[in-house]
Design a protein around this ligand. Structure first.
Ligand code: SF4
Ligand code: SF4
Length: 356
C-alpha cells in the first residue's frame, strides 16, 4: 500500500507551479522585450505570445491589508499572477493586453507609484532597521523613505544613463544587496562591544560566543566565567552580540552610515562588481537624514551628467578613474579610502575566512 503524499513546509515549493501559463508555454523561447513606459514592459516570445509587466514600488515592510489589496488587484487583472523582484518592486504579470491600461489606472487611483523600469531608479532594497533587527545601527525604512522622496521623479519619469540600483543595509551583515548596488548605504558600528561579564556568565555559551567571532578576537576568560575581546582584532561586526546579547555593540552616539558606490550584479558589457567606499561616515540623523540624502543626490546627479549612455555607475567610475570621481563629486578623499572600509579595518579583514 503506498502512503499518501506527505506535504511539509520544508523548503520552497517548485517555482514552476507559480508561472503564468504564457511563461510556461514559452519557457526559454523569448525573442525580445521592450520598455513601453516607466512602469510597463512587454516580453514577446518566438511564438508571438506576449506578457506585459506592470511594476510598482513597495515599502517592503507591508501590512497584511496592503498584501490583500495587491493580491485582489492581481486576481482582477492578471489571474493572480504577480511577483516581488529581488529589490521588492511588485510586478503584475498581465497576459491580456487590454487589461494593462485599466490596471495602471486603478493602481494610480489607489496611489501606488508606477515606474522603476528601464534606465531609472527602481525600488530601494533595504533591510529591517530599528523596526525589527537586533543588530541595526541605523533605521532602514526611514532612511529609504527620505532618499526616495527626493529621487521619486527618477522612478516615475526621468531617465538616467542606465538603471541605478540603490540599497540600504542597517549593519554590515548586509541583508540588503549593498555590496553589489550602484549606490548603497551601509550602517556601521564603530566601537568595540562592551562586555557585561555577570550576564555573559549567566546567559551565554562561551564556546559558541568564541566561535561567533570571524577575526578570533574573542577568548574565554575563566576568572570571570565570561570572555575578553582583543580590541586590535575587533572589526565591530556585531556577530558576537547576535549569539550573546550581554556583549553590547550598540552605541547610539557613535553608530551611523557609510556610502558605497559602483557595484552591480549583471554581467552585461562588464563583469559584476563589488561596491567601493565613497563616503566613510555620517552620524545617524533621523527622521530625514539630510546629509545622506544630499550625498546620494549629488552622486546620482554627477553620474547622470557625466556618464555615457548605458554606463552603470561602476562602469562610469572605472572609465574616468576614481580620482576623477572624487573630483567631480567633490567628495573628500580620506585615509579611510585607502583600506576601503575604515570602520571594518582593512579590506582583507572583512572576509569571514580571514584569520590572524
Ligand atoms: S543588515 Fe544587519 S541589522 Fe539589518 S536586518 Fe540584516 S542583520 Fe539585521
Ligand atoms: S564585534 Fe565582531 S569582530 Fe568584534 S568581537 Fe564581536 S564578533 Fe568579533
Amino acid at each position: 500500500m503506498s502512503l499518501p503524499e506527505r506535504k511539509t513546509d520544508i523548503g520552497p515549493p517548485h517555482y514552476e507551479q507559480f508561472l503564468p501559463p504564457v511563461i510556461k508555454n514559452n519557457y526559454g523561447k523569448w525573442k525580445y522585450h521592450e520598455v513601453l513606459s516607466p512602469g510597463t514592459m512587454v516580453h514577446v516570445a518566438e511564438s508571438g505570445d506576449e506578457i506585459y509587466t506592470v511594476r510598482v514600488g513597495s515599502p517592503r515592510l507591508l501590512s497584511t491589508s496592503s498584501i490583500r489589496e495587491i493580491c485582489d488587484l492581481a486576481e482582477k487583472y492578471c489571474d493572480g499572477y504577480l511577483r516581488f523582484t529581488t529589490r521588492n518592486n511588485i510586478e503584475f504579470l498581465v497576459s491580456d493586453k487590454s487589461k494593462v491600461d485599466p490596471l495602471v489606472a486603478e493602481l494610480k487611483e489607489k496611489k501606488y507609484s508606477v515606474g522603476g523600469i528601464g534606465p531609472r531608479v527602481s525600488n530601494i532594497i533595504h533591510t529591517q532597521g530599528w523596526v525589527h533587527c537586533h543588530s541595526a545601527c541605523t533605521d532602514a525604512s526611514g532612511i529609504v523613505k527620505a532618499i526616495m522622496d527626493e529621487l521619486y521623479e527618477y522612478f516615475t519619469e526621468k531617465t538616467l544613463p542606465n538603471k541605478v540600483r540603490i540599497a540600504v543595509a542597517c549593519c554590515v551583515n548586509m541583508c540588503g544587496a549593498v555590496h553589489c548596488s550602484d549606490i548603497a548605504v551601509v550602517a556601521v558600528h564603530r566601537k568595540v562591544p562592551v562586555v557585561d561579564d555577570e550576564n555573559v556568565a549567566k546567559m551565554c555559551e562561551i564556546p559558541t560566543t568564541v566561535a561567533s567571532c570571524p577575526t578570533s578576537a574573542i577568548r574565554p576568560n575563566p576568572k570571570t566565567k565570561s570572555i575578553t575581546i582583543n580590541e586590535e582584532k575587533c572589526m565591530y561586526c556585531g556577530n558576537c552580540f547576535t549569539v550573546c546579547p550581554p556583549i553590547q555593540i550598540h552605541n547610539p552616539e557613535e553608530d551611523g552610515v557609510a556610502i558605497v558606490v559602483g557595484g552591480k550584479i549583471g554581467s552585461l558589457r562588464t563583469s559584476p562588481k563589488f561596491s567601493k567606499l565613497a563616503i566613510p561616515f555620517f552620524y545617524n540623523d533621523p527622521p530625514r537624514w539630510p546629509k545622506v540624502v544630499d550625498a546620494i543626490k549629488n552622486i546620482l546627479n554627477v553620474y547622470a551628467a557625466n556618464a555615457r549612455k548605458h554606463e552603470r555607475v561602476g562602469e562610469w567610475v572605472e572609465r574616468v578613474g576614481w580620482e576623477e570621481f572624487f573630483k567631480l563629486t567633490g567628495i573628500e578623499f580620506t585615509f579611510q579610502h585607502i583600506d576601503d572600509f575604515t570602520f571594518m579595518r582593512d579590506t582583507l579583514r572583512t572576509s569571514a575566512a580571514f584569520k590572524f
